[in-house]
Design a binder for this molecule. Structure first.
Ligand code: ADP
Ligand code: MG
Length: 631
């Protein structure tokens, strides 16, 4: 009894593309199927550690290739965990995971020729079988179940599913090869592909090989014999000595575990000896994995204990801000049947996590010092994620801060400085590290808040990442220098400057009082500015208030918050203010005063990127001023 079912629309579309558009590197289908078989073996091996009966007395783990020339089929079999009826329906047809869409999106954006390599990264590797087969049959039986399942499809929108008999636990994927793809029945082609793409698979990939039987003298005879041969070398590269491993081997292994097409940016291989022994082979990719922005993204290396793969992503071994790192970690001191709960409170895991964190940060620091351009390319991809560590990992704040890059008023467009370099350029009398949060460099450069500082020759960091506000507040200081937002608080002045400012404030106290009274519902205070040179006014926040850039983001996200009242700063040297003061001194009741004060406030709002209180009224007032100017 079998039943015809329809593929989920996205899956159908994906299959259509796989069949009709991806020709460039069909070879990878074998890697994908072997990788799935190996995953299935890992799963049953792990489950059996917890419940021996699941092994059903079959622990001779293997993945077998069976080319059948007369039938034109290639079968990939495993004695892994198998799938039950529902799992087959869901995973092979009716559920489209996030990778399905993402993979198709990438095919549209990138050159499909390069892209086909990446199919495994998107969790849709199984479907690559249809690059070489016009029909695929799956016969599988799940561990512990009596009945097997048969799934069959020629793509074209539907698949058949029904019961099947399979003597042993495991899965056969039978590819009915297309006429043009019969080369995949050839022994040497298969040998080549396995050693190229699946050499590091831990389980033996085997094939029955027919050879002339050798006689007593070792010479080939007329008689033939069939022997099962292992095609892959199965070496655990991370356990070997560094000196014996070539860069190519490192890179191949990286591609093998990540399904990435490019070489890694950085390889970190280490063995820790002593009380706790463990080894790791970690990689920093060149580019962000597509799914790193998703909640479901799984971070952490593959964890092995005594050569047994315990879990694919041991997230307890990496802090979240290093979630872009990939690789393998092996320990001989952990129990084989370690559970998630144990992992979370395990002292040894904690020791390993610290050790790994330090190694990765050291490697980044080394790259920054010795291969700066390479580091910049890393930072462009992952700097935003790395910076999260400033907020979350108190212990490592200093080390991470050393790794932060930012643009500044002293760098060229698109070039970076470190905090240390900034400090080395600080002017005499400058105590703080100034920064501005902004959507872009251009916006920051045009900001009136920068005027006073730029005039003094002070450098200002331009921070454009959405999390910069949070991480800078968490960091608070670097090498004893405080971070100071150019839009918050008062500027630091020399004693001389302070005295001059106090004198001026005294002189102008009358008009300042008038403005304060007029704007008392809107601003917390009105004072003379030390930061303005060209603009007449600006609004300034308290040290602990939100940054205006962040306020805009919160508004855009529809979040409610209590906007704190700002302080209005006035540029006493600006001709507009000088004139206004004259009018004020001549006639304190002149109605133009009130109107202009409101206009100044609106202008200050616009300068910080906000809108005037009443845009209509503002426009009317500006229009009437323009008419006066024209008369
Ligand atoms: P991924 O391997 O990234 O999950 P695939 O498209 O390669 O994506 O495989 C989809 C799913 O089908 C697997 O996650 C697994 O649940 C199931 N599957 C595929 N091949 C096998 C197999 N040989 N044995 C058991 N399950 C398999
Ligand atoms: Mg797969």
């Amino acid at each position: 009894m079998s039943q015809t079912m329809e593929f989920k629309t996205e899956v159908s579309k994906l299959l259509d593309i796989v069949i009709h558009s991806l020709y460039s590197n069909k070879d990878i289908f074998l890697r994908e199927l072997i990788s799935n078989a190996s995953d299935a073996v890992d799963k049953i091996r792990y489950e059996g550690l917890l419940d021996q009966s699941k092994y059903e007395n079959d622990t001779d783990w293997k993945i077998k290739l069976t080319p059948n020339k007369s039938a034109g089929t290639l079968t990939v079999s495993d004695n892994g965990i198998g799938m039950n009826y529902d799992e087959v329906i869901n995973t092979l047809g009716t559920i489209a995971n996030s990778g399905t869409k993402e993979f198709m999106k990438m095919l549209e954006e990138k050159n499909a020729k390069d892209a086909v390599e990446l199919i495994g990264q998107f969790g849709v590797g199984f479907y690559s079988a249809f690059m070489v087969a016009d029909k695929v049959t799956v016969i599988t039986r799940k561990a512990g179940q009596e009945k097997g399942v048969k799934w069959e499809s020629q793509a074209a929108g539907t698949f058949e599913i029904g019961e099947a008999v399979r003597a042993n636990r495991g899965t056969d994927i039978i590819l009915h090869l297309k006429e043009d793809d019969k080369k995949y029945l050839d022994e040497w082609t298969l040998r080549d592909l396995v050693s190229k793409y699946s050499d590091y698979i831990e389980h033996p990939v085997v094939m029955d090989i027919e050879r002339p039987k050798k006689d007593e003298e070792g010479k080939p005879s007329e008689e033939k014999e069939i022997k099962e041969e292992v095609l892959n070398s199965r070496k655990a590269i991370w356990l070997r000595n560094k000196s014996e491993i070539t860069e190519e081997e490192y890179n191949d292994f990286y591609k093998h575990i990540t399904h990435d097409y490019s070489d890694p940016l950085k390889t970190i291989h280490f063995k820790v000896e002593g009380t706790h022994e463990f080894a790791g082979l970690l990689y920093i990719p060149k580019m962000k994995p597509f799914d790193i922005i998703y909640k479901e993204y799984k971070s952490g290396p593959t964890l092995y204990v005594k050569r047994v793969q315990i879990m694919e992503h041991c997230e307890e071994l990496f802090p979240p801000y290093l979630r872009f790192v990939k690789g393998v970690v092996e320990s001989n001191d952990l129990p084989l049947n370690i559970s998630r709960e144990i992992l979370q409170n395990n002292k040894l895991i904690e020791v390993m996590r610290k050790n790994i964190t330090k190694r990765v940060l050291d490697a980044l620091s080394d790259m920054k010092n010795k291969k700066y351009d390479l580091y910049v390319s890393f930072y462009k991809e992952f700097g935003r994620i790395l910076k999260e560590g400033l907020h979350f990992e108190y212990d490592k704040k200093e080390n991470i801060a050393d790794l932060v890059l930012a643009e500044s008023t002293a760098t060229e467009d698109g070039k970076y400085t470190t905090f240390a370099e900034y400090i080395s350029r600080m002017k005499e009398g400058q105590n703080d590290i100034y920064y501005i949060l902004s959507a872009s460099r251009a916006e920051a450069m045009a900001s009136p808040y920068m005027e006073g500082l730029t005039n003094k020759g002070y450098e200002v960091l331009i921070l454009t990442d959405d999390i910069d506000d949070i991480v800078i507040s968490a960091l608070n200081e670097y090498k004893g220098k405080q971070f100071k937002s150019v839009v918050k608080g008062d500027m630091n002045l020399t004693d001389e400057e302070k005295a001059a400012k106090e004198k001026k404030t005294e002189e102008l106290s009358s008009i300042l009082g008038f403005i304060k009274e007029q704007l008392k519902d809107k601003v917390a205070d009105v004072r003379l500015s030390s930061r303005l040179t060209d603009s007449p006014v600006c609004l300034v926040r308290g040290e602990t208030d939100f940054d205006p850039h962040i306020e805009q983001i919160m508004k855009a996200m529809g979040q409610s918050y209590m906007a704190a009242k700002r302080t209005m700063e006035i540029n006493a040297e600006h001709p507009l203010f000088i004139k206004l003061n004259e009018v004020f001194n001549a006639d304190k009741e002149n109605p133009v005063l009130k109107e202009y004060v409101d206009l100044l406030y609106d202008e200050a709002l616009i300068l910080e990127g906000a809108k005037p209180v009443d845009a209509g009224l503002f426009a009317k007032r500006v229009a009437s001023l323009m008419i006066k100017g024209l008369e």
